[in-house]
Write a protein that binds this ligand. Structure first.
Ligand code: ADP
Length: 608
């Protein structure tokens, strides 16, 4: 049982910690924390299977190597992970493991965590890893929850926690609307810095929760909800330490004396940034980001649709697609299912339903009927930008189109109370980071979540196919189905979060099995994931197998050329270095809890 002291201790603020909460969200964070600890029955920490030493190096030599690194970086910047694994929660998350494990929590665990203070120290760590053939795994903030958190893919990797000491905003340019950040800058941190400077003419695009690192989220191709929501598309310029220790700057950054690194992303020659995203080809130490101009007004809107099948016509009758591509619908909008309307209230599902298996739809709707939005199956959350006369023009078109669906209702948002979820979406879509989205994690005790995120065309037939497949698979495994569609520009992601009790091995297995079946089902019909959890990366990478796995063969060649000793994040995105290949490291449908393979090839010395 979690202790009362732990549940009520103060959440660190941004002024105390780079990963802290801004003052304006402290009360919300404190309340969210209390709710999370209320549903927690799991021990707050677990004993470890010690020692954690990566395969391929003897224990004694490994500790000698760590000692050498401690002398180089300072003893306080090298922490051996021999303490119990403490899960914490979103704002006080671990950097040693995945606090939302799908496998046994002992599987994806770091042997040590190191804290570089500069690009030069990142280079030192990389050279050290090459010398001793130790796998290393970079994190910026380590809040990639639902996709693996801070965990390394290979048990015993040394996690490089970049954010702790490299968390400066190096530049904010109020004329070009750009900034340059280090890995430890969160969306909260950048937002606060921009407010503090009084730059109200610039907006920061933010994901549902703002505690993630801008660098980490962008590299993993995360999204936000303003017109600048495609973070990868909005970045400009990287500084990268290569797996052999050299440092490069991409785009205009390669030209000494330039002043356009953050305003022209391409520079000259091949555009190399792409290979550093969702990859294990480099460690990003600086990144440029573009900022959105304040559009001079904004107005959120919300439509409710009655029937599950309404999703079909909404997308199929070419209502959303042309409006989105034509930029009348301007942001990454969400179409959320009614069960999410209930789950985001933050109460456990047992408040409404005590039985086993999926909560009956009628029970959900009975609850939602009592809420200000009223009965519905789908809700569309959108935002219109610009001065009033421009918004009016766009909102009238949207209204006419959406109302083609019989029973579609525009909700009068002025009637909604201030704690209604709608207002959280309103803040996020206008560049103000919030702290509400986390609440649905309390749906079950010891709530953890893992995402299934296939990409599809913006079409009703596709949406309904994915929806029906997902629902069927969830229900076969007795899991509640929580879908939302995020409409990009010419495609949409179905985001399904499986919320499960991480303390229950059966529930973890059900989540894992369900995900694996959905990945295969989706791939058979031509849908692939845009991003996935560490445990599922081999399988997802395997679905991108056109022309006899030509793309993976290309990635393997890049990996071997750039990282000859195979030290950087082995296995990330299904890319395994030569030393690991053919030794059973891949996680598949049948690998159960086992995340490790049978050793690594004794290394042929590659002199750097
Ligand atoms: P966030 O806290 O923003 O969610 P994380 O730090 O958890 O991001 O990282 C998300 C993913 O991106 C992880 O797979 C991690 O390995 C990778 N990553 C994060 N930061 C870097 C970096 N600076 N260089 C290379 N890869 C990174």
């Amino acid at each position: 049982m979690s202790s009362f002291k732990e549940a009520t201790s103060k959440v660190p603020t941004l002024s105390e910690k780079h990963s802290g909460i801004p003052d304006y969200l402290l009360d919300k964070a404190q309340d969210a924390k209390a709710l999370i600890y209320e549903t927690r029955t799991k021990e707050t920490s677990t004993k470890q299977r010690l020692p954690v030493v990566p395969q391929g190096i003897e224990k004694k030599r490994f500790y000698e190597a760590l000692e050498e690194l401690a002398v180089q970086l300072g003893r306080e910047n090298v922490e051996v992970n021999h303490k119990p694994l403490v899960d914490g929660w979103y704002m006080e998350h671990p950097n040693t493991h995945d606090m939302m494990p799908i496998l046994d929590s002992e599987e994806l665990v770091a042997s040590a965590v190191v804290y570089p203070g500069s690009t030069e120290e990142v280079q030192d760590i990389v050279l050290w890893a090459n010398k001793y053939r130790v796998p290393i795994f970079p994190i910026s903030m380590g809040r990639n929850l639902g996709y693996g958190g801070a965990a390394p893919r290979v048990r015993g990797s040394v996690v490089i926690d970049l954010g702790k000491r490299m968390n400066s905003i190096l530049d904010i340019n109020p004329d070009d609307y750009t900034c340059l950040v280090e890995p430890g800058v969160s969306f909260y941190g950048l937002y606060e810095a921009i407010q503090a400077k009084g730059y109200t003419h610039m907006w920061v695009d933010t994901p549902d929760l703002g505690g993630g690192s801008i660098v980490g989220n962008t590299l993993d191709r995360g999204v936000g909800y303003t017109p600048y929501g495609d973070h990868w598309a909005c970045h400009s310029g990287l500084e990268v330490v290569l797996p052999t220790g050299e440092v490069i700057r991409t785009g205009m950054g390669a030209l000494p004396g330039n002043n356009t690194w953050q305003s022209f992303p391409y520079g000259f020659g091949p555009y190399s940034d792409g290979i550093f995203s969702q990859s294990n080809f480099g460690i990003v130490t600086k990144m440029g980001m573009t900022l959105m101009p304040n559009p001079g007004g904004h107005e959120s809107f919300m439509y409710a649709f009655d029937k599950e099948e309404d999703l079909g016509p909404l997308l199929q009758m070419d209502i959303i697609r042309p409006l989105r591509i034509g930029n009348i619908l301007e942001n990454v909008a969400q179409v959320r299912h009614v069960i999410q309307t209930l789950a985001v209230k933050g109460k456990p599902r047992s408040t409404y339903f005590k039985g086993e298996g999926p909560i009956p739809e009628e029970t959900v709707r009975e609850q939602v009927r009592k809420m200000p939005i009223g009965d519905h199956t789908w809700v569309y959350y959108g935002m219109s930008y610009g001065p009033e006369y421009i918004r009016k023009y766009k909102l009238e078109i949207i209204d006419k189109e959406f109302k083609k669906i019989p029973g579609a209702r525009r909700i009068d948002t002025s009637t909604l109370p201030s704690d209604e979820y709608f207002w959280s979406r309103d803040r996020i879509a206008s560049g103000v980071p919030d702290f509400v989205e986390l609440l649905w994690v309390n749906w079950v005790p010891n709530g953890a979540h893992v995402a299934f995120s296939p990409v599809s065309p913006i079409s009703g037939a596709d949406a309904m196919k994915l929806f029906n497949m997902g629902k069927r698979r969830h229900h076969e495994h007795g899991i509640d189905f929580l879908p939302a569609f995020c409409v990009g520009l010419r495609e949409m992601h179905l985001i399904v979060e499986i919320v499960y009790d991480k303390a229950d091995p059966k529930k973890r297995k059900a989540a894992n099995d369900c995900l694996r079946e959905m990945i295969d089902d989706a791939a058979k019909d031509g849908y692939g994931e845009y991003r996935t959890h560490l445990v599922l990366m081999d399988q997802v990478a395997g679905t991108y197998n056109w022309n006899d796995n030509a793309l993976m063969k290309f990635h393997d060649r890049l990996k071997d050329a750039l990282d000859p000793n195979g030290i950087l994040a082995p296995g990330k995105s299904g890319i395994w270095p030569a030393r690991y290949r053919g030794r059973g490291w891949e996680l598949t449908k049948t690998s159960g809890n086992r995340s490790e393979g049978n050793g690594v090839t004794p290394s042929v010395a590659t002199k750097l």
